[in-house]
Design a binder for this molecule. Structure first.
Ligand SMILES: *Cc1c(COP(=O)(O)O)cnc(C)c1O
Length: 341
């Protein structure tokens, strides 16, 4: 782990490898959380029999703080805290109080203001919750102890090498994770998707896998899937099978106000997605890290399907820019999404 000393130097490092020198930490034991403290970002002792190391009791969040003309803005803090609590509940981890989690994120960012890079960079915030009960006997019971910390990482432009359209492998049999568990932002879900992603990379040179079990177009390994054209935006309605992205939600509201018809409907691979590609529609992946990343190609049953001209679509770019403008304070925020730290 590298410690950042300067935002401009930090954003040149690989995403996710360089961190602010301080993080906020609280521990749960004997049914209470300790008073959160600002600690050094450094390796910490972990019991070899800790619950998380054996039974994957780990959830996390990913959100950003942006430099805006009137100070540092946190994007949709409330929604990220709510989702963290939802994920924790799904794994029966001790659930951090809304007030405590919110204050810990604010305090962590406050202590790190000088490491928030200029846009298009941002301070990536990674709240992490681990089950730390020291017992391998607790396989069938929730961890009674936990550690909760707020890790911070200055990040540069996700598309530093230019906006690059993605290539997705369409997986029409397997799901990313258990269908009741998709809405937990849990490390175990990533582990379970990795085999598919590795295969897609090695065999098809794909960037990501679009999981469409039994033809139900869900999401990729780490981002939601959106179809759009000049008039409409189409994405799967919320259910338990996939992660409820804050970016997805933001884009839907923004698109609706920009005059797009927003359709939250189940998407069938054969009936909807393949004809959509044929007709020249756009597709994109949404998530905090990349905001909205255009898809250029999909690989299905060994055939490469090009979307439009293979470049990022104009509506994808337009919607992405509209959201970035709100996040970075270049546009008004009628939704109350941006909070000053
Ligand atoms: C985090 C995540 C997303 C995107 O969520 P955002 O809140 O938009 O960042 C989508 N899918 C998965 C599997 C994720 O883990």
């Amino acid at each position: 782990m590298k410690i950042a000393t300067d935002a401009n130097a930090a954003i040149k490092e690989k995403f996710g490898t360089v961190f602010a020198p301080k993080m906020m930490v609280s521990h749960f034991k004997d049914n209470t959380w300790t008073t959160p403290t600002l600690a050094d970002t450094a390796p910490f002792p972990m019991d070899p029999c800790a619950h998380v190391l054996h039974y994957a009791s780990a959830v996390f969040e990913g959100m950003k703080a942006h430099k805006t003309p009137d100070g540092i803005g946190l994007f949709r803090l409330k929604d990220h805290v709510a989702r963290l609590r939802q994920s924790a509940g799904l794994l029966y981890l001790p659930v951090p109080d809304t007030e405590m989690a919110t204050a810990m994120i604010r305090d962590a960012v406050n202590a790190t203001q000088d490491l928030v890079p200029d846009p298009p960079g941002a301070l990536y915030i990674r709240p992490t919750l681990l089950g730390t009960q020291p017992s391998i006997g607790a396989a069938a019971s929730p961890s009674t102890e936990a550690m909760f910390y707020i890790l911070l990482s200055p990040v540069g432009d996700y598309f530093a090498k230019g906006l690059k359209p993605l290539r997705l492998l369409i997986e029409d049999r397997y799901e990313r994770t258990a269908s009741t568990f998709g809405m937990a932002k849990a490390g175990g879900n990533y582990a379970s998707a990795l085999g598919h992603i590795m295969k897609a990379r090695q065999e098809h040179d794909a960037d990501q896998v679009l999981f469409c079990p039994q033809g139900d177009v869900q999401e990729t390994g780490a981002a939601n899937f959106i179809m759009l054209d000049d008039k409409q935006l189409l994405t799967k309605p919320l259910d338990t099978s996939f992660l409820h992205g804050v970016t997805r939600d933001s884009l839907l509201r923004l698109a609706s106000d920009m005059g797009y018809k927003v359709r939250e409907e189940n998407i069938d691979l054969q009936k909807d997605l393949l004809p959509w590609i044929e007709r020249g529609g756009e597709a994109a992946l949404s998530g905090t890290a990349a905001v909205l990343a255009g898809v250029g190609e999909m690989v299905y049953q060994g055939n490469v399907l090009q979307l439009r001209d293979g470049e990022i679509g104009p509506n994808t770019l337009k919607l992405r820019q509209a959201l970035v403008n709100i996040q970075t304070g270049q546009a008004a925020d009628p939704y109350g999404w941006r909070e000053r730290v």
